[in-house]
Design a protein around this ligand. Structure first.
Ligand SMILES: Cc1cc2nc3c(=O)[nH]c(=O)nc-3n(C[C@H](O)[C@H](O)[C@H](O)COP(=O)(O)OP(=O)(O)OC[C@H]3O[C@@H](n4cnc5c(N)ncnc54)[C@H](O)[C@@H]3O)c2cc1C
Length: 521
């Protein structure tokens, strides 16, 4: 009888893998919310503590396995996944104690510490209970805090960078399963009082790294530097928002001295009366009978004194919230109708903006940032980031592009959204180094127009205007490192830092696609 010889190192590896297999769940499929990415990993787990996270990563790492952690799966792109060891965040979802003795300013009551898998929704409730709030937010709250950081998720307002700019300190498990705490060079932690142990578990050593380059690389790194365990955020005092939504024509927005020119010149957006801190647009790319285009301006004014907290049903024109709710369950038939009668798309886009017009809606900040039940519509979205000085060129390019696609029966099923975001130092955030204009193109998931429409927009805006794809709202447009180097001036600095913490364990489908895996498969 032939006997297979097993060497001692191989035996150790097999035993470790068996332990990993015993600890981690078997191979059920994971798919993202938009159903654009699916994977059946070899191992899947929901780590529930720093110790477990480190132990799993250490075992996987010593056995040459890749590890990725998903957020709540709201990215359209492949950035969250590997087919090897996949963690999901459900059990890393609690607020944590912030040990103030470690801080340079122990009295700073705007700092909060949470686990990486806590969703924006739960964080809003938690912050509210402390009289605090996120400084700015995107239009939705189902993502995890680590998930929004990793893709440079953003809201609108040129005084505000991506949400990752609100983060002050990151505890991350890196190659080999060790815990590091990464902060800016002048970070919040006092190195002299830092005890080099994790707050929750004094058996876990933590290495403090206060280094701008490491911090600016780590806070937007699409899961490719390590797995984040916790973050410290700097919150704002709780505030309220007043929202005004007004239908206007493109010719009025872009005219000399108009709101867009004023915004781009750094002036208050309104020449008379108060100007909002948050200003964004929606529009139909299809021309009206006069060759002009309908836009909806959304203005949001901050208030640190309480405003009436109106129910969502009072937002927009009467019945808007109800109809939006109906569309979330009628998406498939609606997509089928538009596919059959593409010209209907023009009417629907106009009507969508009319229904949202509102001269006064007020609520606590996070309920106004959240755009409402429309977020639940089965849809796919891409978003492209431009230098904000390209705003007019990009919008007018979309007019021509949509006409050309319309002639091929490829139509928009939702208005285009435009938001403005302050530049950031995060090295590979879409907003790195330039104040940015974001163009979001959304399509009903089941319309046959959606995929060709979104892909054409991504390709055209990238090739003609150098638009950077949102790391999450992307249909895997980029396929090479040279493209990244062309888009991101700090790319090589990011890569040096990424390699400092990732020896290959945190490679994944995205790093293979981009040709940047440390250990390509
Ligand atoms: C309905 C909807 C509304 C949206 N609204 C906006 C918006 O207003 N503004 C905007 O900019 N974007 C928006 N997005 C995009 C969305 O915010 C991003 O795609 C975001 O990254 C999703 O977060 P998530 O928690 O679902 O993470 P996932 O999509 O699951 O993962 C995103 C990335 O984070 C990494 N990651 C997650 N957890 C960890 C961890 N603990 N450690 C290391 N890496 C981790 C993953 O590996 C992956 O690379 C929206 C998307 C949807 C579906």
């Amino acid at each position: 009888m032939n006997r297979t010889r097993i060497s001692a190192p191989l035996l150790t590896r097999l035993l470790a893998l068996a332990a990993l297999g015993g600890a981690l769940a078997g191979c059920d499929e994971w798919s993202n919310v938009m159903q654009t990415e699916k994977v059946t990993p070899q191992y899947r787990a929901q780590p529930d503590s720093a110790k477990q996270l480190m132990s799993y990563i250490s075992t996987a790492s010593s056995n040459g396995k890749r590890v990725r952690m998903t957020g709540s799966g709201h990215s359209a792109s492949d950035i969250a996944i590997t087919n090897e060891v996949l963690f999901t965040p459900e059990k890393l979802n609690q607020p944590l104690n912030l040990d103030r003795a470690r801080l340079k300013n122990p009295a700073d009551d705007k700092l909060v510490r949470v686990m990486s898998g806590m969703r924006i929704r739960e964080m809003n409730t938690f912050l509210d209970s402390k009289g605090l709030a996120f400084t700015n937010l995107g239009g939705y709250d189902g993502q995890t805090i680590a998930g929004v950081m990793m893709t440079a998720t953003h809201g609108s307002g040129l005084a505000y960078g991506p949400i990752a700019d609100q983060v002050q300190s990151i505890q991350m498990v890196v190659e080999g399963g060790r815990m590091v705490q990464i902060e800016p060079t002048n970070g919040i932690t006092n190195p002299l009082t830092f005890p080099r142990k994790l707050e929750e578990d004094s058996t876990i050593p933590v290495e403090l790294i206060q280094d701008d380059n490491a911090f600016n690389a780590a806070r937007v790194s699409f899961g490719s530097m390590g797995v984040i365990y916790s973050v410290v955020l700097k919150a704002d005092t709780k505030f309220w928002l007043r929202e005004v939504r007004t239908k206007v024509k493109w010719s009025d927005i872009k005219k000399p001295g108009g709101p867009l020119e004023r915004l781009l010149q750094g002036l208050p957006v309104n020449a008379t009366g108060p100007s909002p801190e948050h200003w964004e647009l929606q529009y139909t790319p299809y021309a009206d009978d006069n060759g002009d285009h309908t836009f909806l301006i959304t203005e949001r004014f901050r208030s640190y004194t309480p405003l009436p907290e109106q129910p969502a049903s009072e937002r927009g024109q009467p019945g808007t919230d109800f109809v939006s709710g109906l569309i979330t369950v009628m998406e498939m038939p609606l997509a089928g109708i538009i596919d059959t009668f593409p010209s209907l798309s023009k009417v629907i886009l106009e009507q969508t903006m009319t229904s949202q017009a509102d001269d006064n809606y007020t609520n606590v900040s996070y309920k106004v940032f959240h755009i409402g039940v429309v977020n639940d519509t089965p849809a796919i979205a891409i978003e492209a980031a431009f230098d904000y000085n390209q705003t007019v060129a990009a919008i007018e390019r979309s007019f021509a592009l949509s006409d050309s696609l319309f002639s091929q029966n490829i139509v928009h099923t939702s208005p285009i959204a435009i938001r403005f975001v302050k530049k950031t130092d995060a090295l590979v955030a879409m907003q790195n180094g330039r104040n940015s204009m974001f163009m979001e193109v959304i399509g009903l998931k089941d319309s046959k127009s959606t995929q060709p429409l979104l892909k054409t927009y991504q390709r055209t805006m990238y090739q003609e205007l150098g638009a950077r794809p949102h790391w999450g709202l992307d249909l895997n447009l980029l396929t090479s490192e040279s493209q990244l180097r062309g888009l991101y001036p700090k790319w090589d600095l990011w890569k040096t830092q990424q390699r400092r913490f990732n020896g290959g364990t945190f490679d994944g489908k995205v790093t293979d696609r981009l040709g940047i895996s440390v250990r390509p498969r």
